[in-house]
Design a protein around this ligand. Structure first.
Ligand SMILES: [Mn+2]
Length: 424
């Protein structure tokens, strides 16, 4: 389903005068507002193919309606999001849930929707039907070489799919670890994993990156073989220039200072990409910015400062992706909220008075440093983000448009009320 441009235009017309009032006020307070808006326009966030259906918990899954039944329909959904916000112009595929049957047709569909293919994701955290060997006791770390080989081959196959589609990165997230003390020799598990990753790394094309994602716990509850940024960085450093750490906001122990992790990884040139979500207790996979918006802003503050210090392009030099699961909300509405939360935090980070902050830091003026950050965080930039959407052809209020145009109802009519997104 393609959103008609004239419908977005009439939606925007109906909201224009109220928007203009708010925008003129906000813009008058911001230096170089057009530069800020252009940076927001350039900044796209990839949508993972698994976030388009209703997720579930280990207790149950309560499906929505009109969920995408195929890769083509998942792309249709991302195309819808991108049409509304003009900032979701990439999809991240999960193999084997989304194996393309016809590369040319899928690439044509992507270009019809204005989408790129972001990082491809491998899956050795579950067994697939007809799989020869089980990952019950790990994959790349496994004590049995043949299991490791099977997992390595899978990752290389994922790279091949990505090459056909024009992806430039492989994200490896491992559920490997142990659940009870004594189950695993940590050093052997690390070395097996490193050797396996080296083989996968060897199959990466020259212009590709490998993102090593870490997670503190779950599904293993005693040790994770890539459990934190230190372990991920060890692997990435040993692997080489094409390997980097991927930070998923939900994969830390409670109260971890994620902004500091981000700052140091960036300093080392080893931050590869981001998985955005939010959480209160663990890997809750909640809507970005719904729990800890100040933390999100502080992370973006480090990202902008650190990327500028290295002369990096904000939009292109790191991988930006949402990684969330929607148990009670419409996935598309949730993703629209998530993208907007990211844009707000990014816009605010662009507004931080860097010179004043450095001066305050150099003078140990703690109160001023705090004032600078909090004052920026409390600045309402929603109309600036809306203006970026307006200028790039998106909707001033994507969720309002989604509802008033009855998009979910139309998808339900097309796909049925009992469709289940593949892979979940
Ligand atoms: Mn993730």
């Amino acid at each position: 389903m393609l959103v008609e441009k004239n419908k977005i235009a009439s939606h925007n017309d109906s909201l224009l005068s109220a928007h203009k009032r708010k925008f003129d006020f906000s813009a008058s307070e911001i230096k170089n507002v057009d530069t800020v808006i252009q940076k927001i326009i350039d900044f796209n966030i990839a949508i993972p193919s698994w976030a388009l259906g209703t997720g579930g918990t280990r207790f149950g899954r309560f499906s929505g309606t009109g969920e995408p039944r195929s890769l083509e329909e998942k792309m249709e959904d991302v195309g819808l999001l991108h049409a509304l916000n003009q900032s979701s112009g990439a999809i991240s595929l999960h193999i084997p849930w989304d194996i393309p049957e016809n590369y040319a047709a899928i690439k044509k569909l992507a270009s019809d929707y204005g989408l790129q293919f972001d990082a491809v994701n491998s899956n050795t955290f579950q067994d697939q039907p007809n799989q020869a060997l089980s990952y019950k006791f790990g994959s790349l770390q496994h004590v049995n070489k043949s299991v490791r080989k099977q997992a390595i081959d899978h990752n290389i196959e994922v790279i091949k799919h990505g090459v056909e589609l024009g992806s430039k990165a492989l994200t490896v997230w491992l559920s490997d670890g142990s659940t009870f003390p004594g189950q695993l020799n940590f050093r052997k598990a690390f070395q097996n994993t490193l050797e396996s990753l080296e083989e996968i790394y060897g199959a990466l094309p020259n212009d590709w990156k490998m993102f090593v994602e870490y997670k503190c716990c779950e599904p293993n509850f005693y040790s994770m073989t890539v459990g934190d940024w230190g372990q991920s960085l060890l692997y990435a450093n040993k692997l080489g220039n094409k390997a980097a750490t991927l930070v998923d906001l939900g994969h830390h122990l409670p109260n971890a200072n994620i902004e500091q992790i981000v700052a140091l990884l960036l300093m080392e040139g080893k931050l590869g990409g981001f998985h955005f979500n939010d959480s209160k207790y663990g890997d809750d996979d909640l809507t970005v910015g719904s729990m800890k918006p100040y933390q999100l802003f502080l992370i973006f503050n480090e990202l902008v400062e650190g990327m500028d210090a290295r002369g990096m392009n904000h939009a292109k030099d790191l991988g930006w992706m949402i990684d969330a699961s929607h148990n009670v909300k419409d996935p598309l509405e949730d993703l629209l909220q998530s993208v907007e939360a990211i844009q707000i935090a990014y816009a605010q980070a662009l507004l931080v008075d860097r010179k004043a902050l450095v001066l305050a830091q150099d003078n140990n003026d703690v109160a001023t440093a705090q004032e600078i950050l909090q004052d920026t965080f409390r600045t309402d930039v929603r109309s600036i983000v809306a203006e970026a959407r307006l200028r790039s052809g998106g909707a001033l209020n994507p969720i309002q448009f989604f509802r008033s145009e009855k998009i979910r109802e139309q998808l339900t009519k097309d796909r049925g009320s009992k469709s289940v997104a593949t892979g979940l």
